[in-house]
Design a protein around this ligand. Structure first.
Ligand SMILES: NC(=O)C1=CN([C@@H]2O[C@H](COP(=O)(O)OP(=O)(O)OC[C@H]3O[C@@H](n4cnc5c(N)ncnc54)[C@H](OP(=O)(O)O)[C@@H]3O)[C@@H](O)[C@H]2O)C=CC1
Ligand SMILES: O=C(O)C1=N[C@H](C(=O)O)C[C@H](O)C1
Length: 256
């Protein structure tokens, strides 16, 4: 069997960071060589947690093959730039990038392999394909996208909802997006309603609803645990570890 892929996890103390360290511990194709976090934390899943402000030095000391980042847009851009400097591949799960931050990922991908996905679950990959097919088959139907997440989520709508909206635009052309409705606001033809709900500990749900006067089609994905995202991100890291510099999609990992 091949040597395990050497992984660095940033955002180690976050919800996803903790899940990644836990899931990685049960796999023999990856080995965590660095866990780092902005705020000080002693230990997670048996890993000492280093100060993420020292990432450039830590990458040089620990020599990971791939860094896995689930943090925030500002830190993600900073960590990916450190990877580009150090020649370390990057798997990015962070969402909520503005255009400038997104193009910083493109810049890094000129010198390292980089894979960014707004959702690392296989179910959402299948949902994206199903949505494309449904929207193409039902061209005049009204479309509404609703996502529900835990009350600690910062960005809205979710990265996955934005990806689903882009899939719909690919098929229909750019539609007006209406974010929530209030007061006297009847639906206009072709608009897409977008709704973000935040409650309790919901891991992540996405629904694309298509309806006309006679039929309603609801396509829904519910993540049962963050383990599905962590497993997908580690699969992506293993796949990415043998790639050339460039920008890659999670679909390429699933199709391999
Ligand atoms: N692509 C996918 O499949 C998934 C993507 N996500 C995305 O991953 C990201 C993280 O989610 P989650 O783990 O729930 O978030 P948490 O808030 O639980 O954790 C965020 C982590 O990132 C760190 N962080 C946040 N902002 C900064 C910053 N400016 N500088 C340095 N470190 C920072 C935090 O450090 P500290 O401890 O110091 O606060 C913490 O370790 C989000 O963008 C979320 O949307 C989540 C799940 C699945
Ligand atoms: O913040 C989360 O939790 C999640 N974020 C991702 C997103 O913004 O789409 C993926 C998943 O839904 C969980």
């Amino acid at each position: 069997m091949a040597d395990p892929v050497r992984i660095a996890v940033v955002g180690a103390a976050g919800r996803m960071g903790r899940e990644l360290l836990d899931v990685a511990g049960g796999r023999d194709d990856v080995r965590v060589v660095l866990a780092a976090n902005r705020s000080p934390v002693d230990e997670i899943s048996g890993h000492a947690v280093e100060d993420a402000d020292d990432l450039p030095e830590l990458l040089a000391e620990t020599d990971p093959d791939v860094l896995v980042d689930f943090t925030g847009p500002e830190s993600s851009v900073e960590y990916v730039a450190a990877c580009a400097e150090a020649g370390v591949a990057a798997v990015v799960g962070t969402t909520g990038f503005d255009d400038e931050q997104a193009s910083a990922l493109d810049d890094a991908a000129e010198s390292i392999p980089l894979l960014h996905a707004t959702n690392f679950s296989r179910g959402v990959a299948a949902l994206r394909r199903a949505v494309r097919e449904a929207v193409a088959a039902l061209p005049d139907y009204d479309v509404e996208v609703t996502e529900t997440h835990h009350n600690g989520k910062r960005d809205a709508p979710s990265g996955t909802a934005n990806t689903l909206l882009d899939e719909i635009d690919d098929v229909r052309g750019d539609a007006e997006r209406v974010y929530g409705r209030e007061g006297d606001q009847p639906r206009t033809e072709g608009e897409i309603g977008v709704h973000a709900r935040r409650a309790g500990g919901v891991t992540g749900e996405h629904e694309v609803l298509l309806a006309d006067d006679h039929q309603l089609l609801s396509l829904t994905h519910r993540a049962g645990s963050r383990g599905v995202f962590a497993a997908g991100a580690l699969d992506a890291a293993v796949w990415l570890s043998s790639r050339e510099a460039g920008r890659y999609d999670f679909d390429e990992v699933l199709d391999a």
